[in-house]
Design a binder for this molecule. Sequence first.
Ligand code: ATP
Length: 358
Amino acid sequence: MLPSTPVPQYKIASLGGDGIGPEVVASTIQILEAIDGVSLEFTEHSVGAGEYLNSGDPLPEATLEALKAYDAILLGAMGLPSVRWPNGVEMTPQIDLREKLDLYQGVRPIKLYHPLHSPLRIPEGKTIDFVILRENTEGLFSDRLTPRPAGRDFETDTMKITRHGAERICRAAFELAMGRRKKLALVDKANVLQSMAFLRRVFDTVANDYPDVETERVYVDAVTLYMVQDPYRFDVMVTENMFGDIISDLAAGLIGGMGMAPSGDIGDTYAIFQPSHGTAPTIAGKSLANPIATILSGALMLRWLGETKSDAAATRGAESIEAAVEEVLSNPENRTVDLGGNLSTTGMTDRVLERLGS
Ligand code: ATP
């Protein structure tokens, strides 16, 4: 008998967080555990508004250090409108994590699984399938934590674009485009802001290394128009932090809402996978949340493990989750409440599990 090849075991930190976070993470763990040939060991950590109420810190230093020891991190959602810092700002440990772990690539795939999910009338033969790459560590969020003197009659936020930050996100965008339909749009405001003109210059320089990628440069205001009128033209878009934040929500709206939009926050060493949505506190605890965004984020996690650990079984696992989701959603009966159906969180999870043969 041939010796059986040992299955690598990945250690995954699961951070359910607040609101609907724990529900959608529980669904995703069920799906991931059903994948053959991949062995994942999940360990739960408490981070978020609930943790702040417990310990006074939404992201304790010891937890941050512990997270660095995992192969990947699966996150639900964090923050609650009712739990704020004394300055009135909500706690956003998910943003802190991106900065502290240098997760500069916010990868947000946008794919329409059924025309019924979209508020647009989708022309015959067209579909929406693009990826937004959001720079996660600088841009207009760059000095959000800088303490400000109290009682001033003005406040400013700085749009910071460094050559290092711009170059690495542009390069990642070109690499992503090379693996897809080889089309890349830079989304900026280079006609008005110096920082954006600089980003465009860096983009143009990196573009010289990728002659096979067809590029366009679109102003952020115009891109919102094109995304609604002709979203089919896009393949990969790259943009700064805040613009990426805004156009990601618009993009999610095109394919059925926040419950359909997965994401990966990826750096050179660490990576976190989480739905693009927030904690949706009004539907928390009622099994009303759509788990698809988180399930697809789990698939992205397997895809990333597959690539970075050269593990074909993990890549196959990602493909089988994506295929199962595609097949389940191709039946218009299979819709959660946000998509106009009546499946619960657990009902949708069960449909995907059935497709996976579990
Ligand atoms: P954040 O600022 O933390 O990103 P947000 O203010 O953008 O959060 P979300 O929590 O993402 O808000 O919710 C936006 C809308 O989408 C709400 O109506 C919410 O109920 C809905 N929503 C978000 N996630 C889901 C989901 N998984 N399933 C169903 N509806 C959702």
